[in-house]
Design a protein around this ligand. Structure first.
Ligand code: A2P
Length: 279
């Protein structure tokens, strides 16, 4: 069985396909439509978009046109990072459904604990209000699961303390070289499932020599090692590509990295993203 047909189970029993297809930076229009159509054709059943990507319309159209029964595709979108109030979140959620042209979404998450334009800002009260609107969508069956993204333990604790439903998912930037252990430990303790965006380290791990040594040993590409590493960590990677052959390559993960090689990959350090001023 291809890994694309394998699932994880969220705390509420909802099944989530292990490998998602990311659509960040894939432009609205033919680009997004063709990428998602191709991903679905080669077997991906988990599609990740966001209001902020501006491509929900084309992503939704590709899903609807695919002919694949709706209940066999897991669709995620995200509340824009600057929306930190109840009414705004409610309206934005309805717009997402409208853009996608779907009756329900599988997972809806808060894109970030703070607006991208003001990273690190304390939006505790606003996150609680926005999340409350999402809890209502969940209870109404319009979102099968809800959660957050880019949340650190303090942001998660705020939701746990002030809302009713513990987030089902936290989607974080996670790849070989980045230390996310504090957030992952917290999520494990609270049964919050972790998804990994930028599994290839926004592309910079593709020519990493240390990963290359492991890739050579298994006769795989760096990308496959990066994605397989995350699966063995028990998280759901969300690789993205606009090329069919890479989409296929990224899903050919039918091999096991030994404990020793996993430990070696754990020693690699480096985060190419520049988020230095976030506390
Ligand atoms: P492209 O869309 O041209 O294929 P990340 O998910 O960590 O942000 O990295 C995504 C980047 O890596 C994209 O720019 C994508 O480019 C590229 N990419 C995705 N899969 C592969 C692959 N198997 N080999 C090489 N590059 C890849």
């Amino acid at each position: 069985m291809s890994i694309l047909a394998e699932t994880y189970t969220l705390s509420n029993g909802v099944k989530l396909p292990k490998i998602g297809f990311g659509t960040w930076q894939i432009k609205e229009g033919d680009n997004a439509y063709n990428a998602v159509s191709t991903a679905l054709r080669v077997g991906y059943r988990h599609i990740d978009t966001a209001e902020g990507y501006g491509n929900e319309k084309s992503v939704g159209k590709a899903i609807r046109d695919s002919g694949i029964p709706r209940d066999q595709i897991f669709v995620t979108s995200k509340l824009e990072s600057h929306i930190k109030d109840y009414e705004g979140a409610k309206k934005a959620f309805d717009e997402t459904l409208d853009n996608l042209g779907l009756d329900y979404i599988d997972l809806f998450i808060i894109h970030a604990p703070w607006p991208w334009s003001d990273m690190g800002k304390d939006c505790s009260a606003g996150n609680v209000l926005a999340y409350r609107a999402m809890e209502e969508a969940y209870k109404a069956g319009k979102a099968k699961a809800i959660g957050v993204s880019n949340f650190e333990p303090k942001h998660l604790q705020n939701i746990i303390d002030n809302n009713e439903i513990v987030p089902h998912v936290n989607q974080i930037g996670y790849f070989i070289g980045i230390d996310q252990s504090k957030t992952i430990d917290f999520c494990d303790r609270h049964n919050i499932f972790v998804e990994a965006y930028s599994p290839l380290g926004i592309g910079y791990l593709l020519d990493n020599d240390d990963i290359g040594k492991i890739a050579e040993k298994y006769d795989k590409s760096n990308a496959q090692i990066c994605i397989r590493y995350l699966v063995q960590k028990g998280v759901a990677p969300l690789p993205k590509s606009t090329h069919e052959h890479r989409m296929i390559e990224n899903s050919q993960l039918d091999f096991e990295i030994t404990k020793k090689d996993m430990a070696f990959l754990d020693t690699i350090q480096g985060d190419p993203r520049r988020w230095d001023d976030i506390e």
